[in-house]
Design a binder for this molecule. Structure first.
Ligand code: NAP
Length: 313
């Protein structure tokens, strides 16, 4: 059995490769990346590393040849570019005759979801279904690592958490659990044509996340509910573009256009992400990691923000 991971040099891909090598022989694993040289450590362990770029369809036939199961890791682009990238990859997977595709989708994925990213994932799922190839959709919720690594430190630095999410809730999940689920599906059986909702142990509003942040940082964090217009104005002031012109790259301090982030907040507020499921435990046999546990893991990052805030004031 040959198992392939696309976009293998990212955080998800590298961790998946590490976990796969705990159960597979190196010769059973193929890693594909735009930058195969960044996976030299895996090549030294006997893993086949191939070049493949969803922006360059001609690279994909050789990248996907001779594969039984494949983990399709969604790219980090947004908008028309990501739709085109995923379309290129799926067309090549069909040509290559891959036996089973496992796709990292997003919670609430649907073309009707107001969040641009969730609607893109819905469109990709539809393209995958249309291939007729057995697929498994892993609908990852928002990663709690992103909250612990970026959002919570920023809230502690500024003392504010301003959001248009209202009292909407989401079941934040750890990337680590999502990778473990992907590996369980790639190496297990009976997962064809299933959808798994990968969520953490509880639904949380961002107000509750802000409270937890203040508790961990030992500093107040003011929770400021705002309108979408106010959130756009906030991003405008930072110089974040509302939309991507062409294929990017995105100029400015944040690698996403504000339309993407504000539409995400609207979907969260309107309940599109309020999904709680036991699928993580079903797939990996242990309960999902909580946001508190992730905050413990990132305590150095959180404490660094607290220290910087103390210096600034
Ligand atoms: N659920 C969530 O909250 C959440 C949060 C963040 C990300 N995500 C999604 O999960 C994915 C993996 O997350 P991550 O943390 O591993 O992100 P990451 O470290 O930023 O990795 C991004 C991945 O996208 C791949 N990629 C980018 N452009 C590509 C192209 N033209 N062709 C093929 N692959 C391309 C990269 O592959 P190479 O560089 O190896 O080619 C890389 O593995 C992200 O791309 C995103 O779609 C979900």
């Amino acid at each position: 059995m040959k198992i392939l991971v696309t976009g293998a040099s990212g955080q998800f891909g590298r961790r998946a490769a590490d976990l796969l090598l705990e159960v597979l022989e190196p010769g059973e694993l193929v890693l594909v990346s735009r930058r195969p040289e960044s996976l030299a450590d895996f090549a030294r362990r006997g893993v086949e590393v191939r070049a493949g770029d969803f922006d360059q369809p001609h690279t994909l036939d050789s990248a996907f040849a001779g594969i039984d199961r494949l983990l399709l890791i969604s790219t980090d682009s947004v908008g028309a570019k990501r739709r085109r990238q995923h379309g290129n990859a799926i067309a090549a997977l069909k040509r290559a005759g891959v036996g089973h595709i496992i796709y990292t989708s997003f919670i609430g994925a649907s073309v009707d979801n107001p969040a641009i990213s969730a609607s893109e994932h819905g469109a990709t799922e539809a393209l995958l279904r249309a291939t007729g190839i057995p697929c498994t959709f892993l609908r990852d919720s928002q990663y709690s690592e992103a909250i612990a690594q970026f959002v919570a430190p920023d809230a502690l630095l500024t003392g504010r958490w301003m959001t248009a999410t209202g009292e909407g809730q989401i079941g934040l999940v750890s990337r680590e659990d999502c990778v473990a689920c992907a590996v369980a599906v790639l190496t297990g059986s009976g997962h064809e044509n299933k959808v798994y909702n990968l969520t953490g142990p509880q639904l949380l509003s961002y107000r509750q996340c802000a409270q937890l942040t203040a508790e961990y940082g030992g500093r107040p964090v003011e929770y400021i509910p705002c309108s979408e217009e106010q959130k756009y104005a906030f991003f405008d002031a930072l110089g974040v573009p509302r939309r991507i012109e062409g294929d990017g790259p995105i100029a400015g301090p944040i690698p996403w256009p504000s339309e993407e982030m504000v539409s995400f907040e609207r979907a969260l507020r309107e309940g599109y992400f309020a999904v709680l499921s036991d699928d993580v435990k079903t797939l990996i046999g242990r309960p999902p990691i909580s946001l508190r546990q992730i905050f413990e893991q990132y305590s150095a990052t959180i404490q660094a923000a607290v220290a910087a805030q103390s210096v600034a004031h």
